[in-house]
Ligand binder design. Sequence first.
Ligand SMILES: C[S@@+](CC[C@H](N)C(=O)[O-])C[C@H]1O[C@@H](n2cnc3c(N)ncnc32)[C@H](O)[C@@H]1O
Length: 214
Amino acid sequence: MDFLPEALENYIALHTSAEPELLRKLNRETHASVLMPQMLSGHVQGRFLKMLAAMINPVQMLEIGTFTGYSCLCFAEGMKEEATVHTIDINEERSSLVSRYIKEAGAGRKIKTYTGDALTIIPVIHEVFDMVFIDADKKNYLNYYNLVFNKVRKGGYIIADNVLWSGKVVEKIMKKDEETEAIKEFNDFITKDSRVENVLVPMRDGIMIVRKLI
Ligand SMILES: C[S@@+](CC[C@H](N)C(=O)[O-])C[C@H]1O[C@@H](n2cnc3c(N)ncnc32)[C@H](O)[C@@H]1O
C-alpha cells in the first residue's frame, strides 16, 4: 500500500503530529492479535482523518467499517463534544476489543457502535449526516454511496478509503477480480455524478472526498 519510497514515507510520518499513545497501543494490539491488521488506518492516515473531522466539524457522522475502532477514535478526537460518530461493522468477534478502546479513550458518549450488515443497518439509522466514511467491503461501495446519499445534508461529505486499491485501478483487471471492478465503477460513477464535486487524494491507498452540491 506504500506507493512512495520508504524514505519519503518515513519523512512524512516524522513531519506529521505523533500518533497518540492509546492509538499506538491499539495499532500494536491489532497487529499482534487480529487477522488482516493492514486494514487499520494507521498513524498518518489516522491524523488525516482526525484533521478532516476537525475541518468539517460534523455533528452527526457515519462510518461504514469499524474494524478495531482505530479510525472512529480518530474521527471522535477531531469532533466536538456534542457530536456523534455512528460506526457499523459486520464482525461480532472484534466488538469487545472495540468497546474496550472506546472506553479507555473516554469516547463512549461520542461513538455509537452497531454490529451487523451495513446494508440493513444504514436504513434504520434515522439521522442527517454531515459526513460519511465508507471503508467496508469494496464490492458494496456504490451501494453504500447510493444508500447514504439522501441521508447526507447539502454541503455534506462522503469520504471513501482504498479507492486506488493498491494501484490495481490502473492495471489490467484479472478475470473475476470483482473488488477492483467495483472500486473502478465507484470512482467512475462519482466523477460523472453532477450532484457532487470530488477529489481523489493520494493518501496511502487513496481517499475519495466527495462534497454534495444539492
Ligand atoms: C478496512 S476495514 C475498516 C478499517 C477501519 N475503518 C480503520 O481505518 O481502522 C473494513 C471493515 O469492514 C467490515 N465489513 C465488511 N463487510 C461489511 C458489511 N457488509 N457491513 C458492515 N461491515 C462490513 C469488515 O468486518 C472490516 O472490519
